[in-house]
Design a protein around this ligand. Structure first.
Ligand SMILES: Cc1cc2nc3c(=O)[nH]c(=O)nc-3n(C[C@H](O)[C@H](O)[C@H](O)COP(=O)(O)O)c2cc1C
Length: 527
């Protein structure tokens, strides 16, 4: 049994048994940047990218049908990056977070992005490894979120290295254009220390799922590989494999690609530029080091098709009382608009206006549809959804399991859940009772780890991140507020939902609801 089991158990119990270092206080003055910094690297701006109004979120979430056949080019790549991790505006609305008083100060500005991210730290670094069919000389680029530019880190065609690292049976099209996603842990760990791995692996899923929705809505495919030779890619990017994990590779079907020349490139070629760390003191955390070691050890052992079947989400209990839902409200907003309008509610929920059942049905269906990451992660649905209903028109307060086959609810427990929810929330920035409903994704973490090994932890959390991002985007499209949170006592949720014997781990709480009308805000769009 690998270390990931131990870590998963410690994460679940951390509300009762604090994880080391329990007395950690971040040194805010000496924090890292929210991006990597390559002084002196040449960069070029990415083009403006239109987005069609008929690229609706319903299309973006519709997983059925033939694989998407569209081809990326620089314009679509630019649009997808801008709408996920690129900066789109400045957050200045009044909310209940403790950073509120800092927001008006420019150096401390909080920039909005299409993807959500734990603590707003955005630790996913996107590298574009491009070959000869690209519009610029082949090389390795770093996507600078601040400038919406590509920074050139290496010149030359090294796509053969990525292809070799992906190995046989990798998902996605034949191509010479790849996005390589890494996570530099310190960018998050300076705040969350040992907990960091848990949060950043969800961020990865939130980012990839933004791409999947954005792309699918316009006939493009994003099929990530989570299994590949991580050490070789770390070497190619010139990063320390202890400090930075390579989490995903997305091969892009590219316009004008006519097959690769096939020649390999010298194994020793790698990025020489070094990211300049802002923090003078960078700390290492034992749990984080061990999780990076455990989840990268067998990185090439891509699971066989069907390997995850034993870890599939349990079906809804057919014996439990069924509570029907009407058809979901259509998600007709285009994905870009839904992402631009998305934000966390942070204390702005107000229950006076209840959520409607079609809104709830849309959110539940979107969260489930968004739980599959594609690529080499298999067809098996890993996440199961529960809903604590407080204020939904026509649905009695209580807890329910979502039945995705029948698109209905199955009653778990009657009674108003508000007191339970608030008692088990660690922070003061939400009144969970005022949300219309709190949705909770569960994954059988232990079963996933048993099925595919420790790297499966990244898949578990990427799945939850993808669910969260799908819900955020769907809530935006049906005019509801949304917020998600990791700061709750997982064990209490196991007890409350009766999951003791099922192996299901409640991994996130996701609130949807109406907000107080006319909140104080200041418009500051930059994209
Ligand atoms: C995996 C994940 C975990 C999060 N955990 C929390 C949390 O515990 N509490 C909270 O208030 N917000 C949480 N958030 C929301 C982020 O703080 C939020 O997405 C980020 O600050 C950016 O703000 P925005 O969503 O308004 O764009 C989480 C988001 C993600 C994706």
């Amino acid at each position: 049994m690998g270390y990931a089991h131990e870590y998963a158990d410690a994460i679940m119990h951390r509300g009762r048994v604090p994880m080391d270092p329990a007395d950690y206080v971040p040194n805010w003055q000496d924090g890292p940047r929210k991006a990597k910094f390559y002084p002196g690297a040449d960069s070029f701006p990415l083009p403006d990218a239109p987005y069609p109004a008929d690229a609706t979120l319903d299309r973006g979430l519709c997983a059925e049908g033939a694989p998407e056949e569209g081809e990326f080019d620089l314009v679509t790549l630019s649009g997808m990056l801008r709408d996920s991790y690129g900066l789109t505006g400045r957050r200045l609305g009044v909310q209940a977070n403790t950073d509120l008083s800092a927001l008006p100060f420019y150096p401390l500005a909080n920039w909005s992005r299409g993807s959500a991210s734990g603590g707003g730290l955005y630790p996913v670094a996107v590298h574009w490894v491009s070959g000869p069919s690209g519009p610029v000389p082949p090389g390795v680029h770093y996507y600078s979120t601040r400038h919406h530019t590509m920074q050139r880190l290496l010149t030359g065609d090294v796509t053969g290295r990525v292809r070799a690292a992906l190995g046989e049976g990798a998902p996605g099209p034949e191509t010479d254009q790849y996005l390589v996603l890494s996570i530099k842990y310190w960018q998050n760990a300076f705040k969350y220390n040992s907990f960091s791995f848990h949060a950043v692996s969800m961020d990865l899923g939130a980012c990839v799922q933004t791409w999947r929705m954005w792309a699918a809505a316009r006939g493009l495919a994003v099929e990530p590989a989570l299994w590949f030779d991580e050490a070789r890619l770390a070497e190619l990017l010139g990063v320390d494999p202890e400090e930075e994990g390579i989490f995903a590779v997305v091969p892009l079907k590219w316009a004008g690609y006519h097959g690769s020349s096939g020649q390999g490139c010298a194994a020793s070629v790698s990025v020489r530029r070094k990211d300049a760390e802002r923090s003078r003191t960078v700390l290492a955390f034992d749990a984080l080091l061990r999780m990076q070691a455990a989840t990268s050890a067998d990185a090439t052992a891509r699971p066989a098709p069907g390997a995850l079947a034993p870890a599939a989400a349990h079906p809804a209990d057919p014996a439990a009382e069924e509570v029907g839902l009407p058809p979901a409200r259509p998600l007709e907003t285009d994905v870009r608009t839904a992402l631009r309008d998305r934000r966390s509610s942070f204390g702005r929920f107000e229950a006076r206006l209840p959520v409607t059942r079609p809104q709830l049905a849309a959110c539940l269906a979107a969260a489930v549809a968004g739980s599959r990451l594609g690529g080499d992660t298999g067809d098996v649905r890993l996440a199961k959804l529960y809903a604590f209903v407080s204020h939904v028109e026509g649905v009695a307060p209580g807890s329910y399991a979502y039945d995705p086959e029948r698109r209905s609810l199955r009653r778990v427990k009657e009674g108003r859940p508000g007191e339970f929810l608030q008692r088990n929330y660690f922070l003061a920035n939400y009144n969970l009772e005022q949300a219309g409903a709190v949705l909770v994704p569960t994954v059988r973490t232990t079963a996933v780890l048993d099925a595919v090994g420790d790297r499966g932890y990244r898949l578990v959390n990427a799945t939850v991140g993808a669910v969260a991002q799908s819900l955020y985007t769907a809530a935006s499209a049906v005019d509801l507020g949304c917020g998600v949170a990791l700061g709750f006592d997982n064990i209490s949720y196991i007890e409350e939902l009766g999951l003791d014997g099922t192996g299901e781990a409640p991994l996130l709480i996701m609130m949807i609801g109406n907000e107080r009308p006319a909140p104080a805000d200041f418009r500051y769009e930059i994209a």
